[in-house]
Design a protein around this ligand. Structure first.
Ligand SMILES: [Cu+2]
Length: 678
């Protein structure tokens, strides 16, 4: 059996635990729930009618309570009351399993008898009745996650990082295509936090999308929020990550979307699969790094390492013993689920002596092609087949940056080990792959030019041929004036970034609620369709008046079901860079790309309207352009931003408000009962 260090198997059958009593919250019918947990002493016995009715009533009451967002608060109240009577005491019962909440109360030793009876009663009512009907009513897999500070040692030093359930990378979510799951987040960390389900379109459900101050107020320390994650056409690999400040550096993990039961991959079933999560490691505190950078107006520190499944690998100090290893068998084919959760760099990735076959990307399928390396931007995910066809030995997988601005120039590695190979004769140094150079833009273009969509029975390629709404968005890194020119940016200015020269300012309450409730003064709806000032976007010299950005909170309204084309134009303002543009709530077809200024007369002739790849993040070429198309059929408020984290922090962001259609099934769902306050 192939194994992998650093990534845990999924917890698809979550068991909640409180005190000493466990319950299941996944799909089970009420009767089996009841017989299994709720009334163990009556198990298998025929109940008198009266008792049966009582049980049903209790069950119904419990359902209503359990489905209210005040459930956790209610339980806390009950236990506070018990604690006041000294039946229980405050203390933390550590969870026995990693997906369980630590429970902040213990049975008091004193007054044990009286307390014990009340405990039993409380547990019987709260812990057993509630979830049994919760499962019946919601019938969706539920996961309980705790965001908390956890000590990790990397690169010879120990620090606390923000994690989910103590894990870095975080837990892997396994879901089936089209499924809905619930993830309850309890924030026990020291920072506000939110979680985004990257690439999950969440039809009509922006409430659970996650970006802080866009679709929700953040979950404050001590508070919780329940996300309902609605899968639809996605299949393959996606990921989840924190979407507040720079917390995503360590708060992230894979989402693996399996084909619906009874359906199969459009490629031979692999023998086994390995999630491969690329991330950034900073020796300092990431939240402090961005805070300091924003205060001083300069570049944030670059990372000190990249990691594969949480481990930097052999080429870094103090890292050799932890290097991620994948065991493979000669002749077998493996599915690598590659995720770029790196903060600020696009990444090359390759495995020595092995070609990779790209079969999927961003939760959709790709017409398979073989390649010796891939280029993956932050935000993107790839499904790659690796055939163990080489002489049994040890082979490095390696990843390093493709970048043109300041970047981390280190290389992270993992090792593919053939299990038939006797370790005693393993090579002293595993074979090393050849990766393109840091600035090899030709290698990037050669790779991305091969991307073609693959239609499947479940998901056709349906590129809008006619366009209702056209946007042309110039992407730039800019400056803002700084008092006494005392900031760390160019000439004492403050670094900023913009879309059509608008540098996004985070509102003080989320855009979604402001829109839904019709509040004034939170945002303006006049995000420009095109740059107000046209210039030669990719020239060596830039006019002074495009260097300074305009800070504002502006969004663009898209009419429900409009077919939309966006041309992203990279600019050379303060230097050209590849920008991975990510759109929430949608995937889009990448119909074209090129270098230099987009020519609206001739460039559309080169569009691929037949089989373009359908992605959620597109790397806009350095000093070039990329054109995307999609149908605005998901009403809501959807963030769009560069997935280089420093650019997002500097304002390379906007949001779309997609209006409701004419029916309730084409309108935003009602908000959940509990929303976090700002
Ligand atoms: Cu960017």
């Amino acid at each position: 059996m192939a194994g992998v260090k650093g990534v845990q198997p999924a917890d698809h059958n979550p068991v909640k635990k409180m005190g000493s009593v466990a319950w299941r919250t996944d799909a089970c019918n009420e009767e089996s729930q009841m017989s299994r947990w709720a009334w163990p002493w009556l198990r298998g016995k025929a109940l008198p009618d009266r008792l049966r009715q009582q049980r049903q009533r209790a069950s119904q009451w419990a359902c209503e309570l359990a489905n209210s967002e005040y459930f956790n608060e209610y339980i806390r109240h009950v236990y506070e009351a018990l604690a006041a009577q000294k039946y229980v005491r405050r203390g933390v019962t550590q969870p026995a399993r990693r997906h369980e909440f630590p429970f902040p109360f213990e049975v008091a030793k004193m007054d044990f008898k009286r307390g014990f009876i009340l405990q039993l009663l409380a547990l019987a009512v709260l812990n057993q009745l509630l979830p049994s009907c919760m499962a019946k009513k919601n019938n969706i897999p539920t996961f309980n996650w705790v965001v908390e500070e956890t000590s990790y040692t990397r690169l010879c030093s120990t620090k606390k990082i923000l994690t989910v359930n103590g894990q870095f990378p975080g837990p892997t979510l396994h879901v089936n295509a089209g499924e809905t799951i619930r993830v309850n987040i309890l924030n026990k960390g020291n920072y506000n936090v939110t979680i985004h389900w990257h690439g999950v379109k969440q039809p009509r459900n922006p409430w659970s999308d996650g970006p802080a101050y866009i679709t929700q107020c953040p979950i404050q320390p001590g508070a919780n929020f329940s996300y309902e994650v609605v899968l639809s056409s996605e299949e393959g690999t996606l990921w989840w990550h924190a979407h507040s400040d720079w917390s995503r550096a360590t708060v992230h993990g894979p989402i693996i979307v399996h084909p619906k039961p009874g359906t199969i991959y459009p490629f031979p079933k692999p023998h086994a699969e390995f999630p491969i999560v690329l991330a950034s490691w900073f020796k300092g505190d990431v939240m402090e790094i961005i805070k300091t950078a924003l205060e001083r107006g300069g570049e944030p520190n670059i990372s000190d390492a990249f990691t594969i499944n949480g481990q930097p690998g052999d080429l870094y100090a103090c890292s050799k013993p932890g290097t991620t290893r994948f065991q493979i068998e000669f002749g077998k084919t493996y599915l690598l689920r590659l995720i770029n959760s790196v903060m600020n760099e696009e990444m090359f990735f390759a495995v020595a002596n092995h070609t990779l076959t790209l079969v999927g990307m961003d939760g959709g399928y790709i017409k398979p092609f073989e390649t010796s390396y891939v280029l993956i931007t932050p935000g993107q995910t790839m499904d790659l087949l690796l055939k163990a066809s080489q002489p049994p030995s040890h082979y490095y997988a390696a990843s390093r940056a493709y970048a043109s601005a300041a970047y981390d120039n280190t290389t992270t590695t993992a090792i593919f080990e053939y299990t038939a190979h006797n370790n005693s004769s393993a090579p002293s140094t595993p074979f090393f792959p050849s990766l393109p150079n840091y600035t090899d833009t030709d290698a990037v273009t050669a790779f991305t030019a091969k991307l073609r969509g693959l239609p499947t029975a479940a998901r056709a390629i349906d590129v809008p041929k006619h366009v209702d709404t056209r946007l042309f968005i110039a992407i730039a890194v800019n400056t803002l004036p700084c008092a006494n020119s005392s900031c760390d940016g160019p000439n004492g200015s403050r670094l900023a970034a913009s879309l059509n020269n608008m540098s996004f300012v985070e509102p003080s309450i989320d855009l979604l609620l402001a829109y839904y409730r019709g509040m004034n003064g939170v945002y303006k709806s006049n995000f420009p369709r095109e740059p107000l000032l046209k210039y030669n976007y990719t020239a060596d010299q830039m006019p002074d008046n495009v260097v300074t950005a305009n800070p504002a909170t502006k969004v663009r309204v898209l009419k429900y079901n409009a077919s939309v084309e966006i041309v992203f134009q990279g600019t050379n303002v303060l230097g050209g860079e590849n920008h991975p543009m990510h759109l929430h709530g949608y995937s889009f077809y990448v119909v074209g790309s090129g270098f230099g200024n987009f020519d609206s007369q001739t460039d559309p002739d080169s569009y691929n309207l037949v089989d373009p790849p359908e992605l959620n993040t597109v790397g806009v070429p350095t000093n070039g352009w990329a054109a995307i198309r999609f149908r605005a059929d998901n009403p809501g408020v959807w963030f769009m931003h560069c997935h280089l984290e420093r650019h997002t922090s500097w304002g390379m962001d906007t949001a779309f408000i997609v209006t409701n259609g004419k029916t309730s099934s084409s309108s935003i769902r009602r908000p959940p009962q509990y929303l976090n306050p700002c």
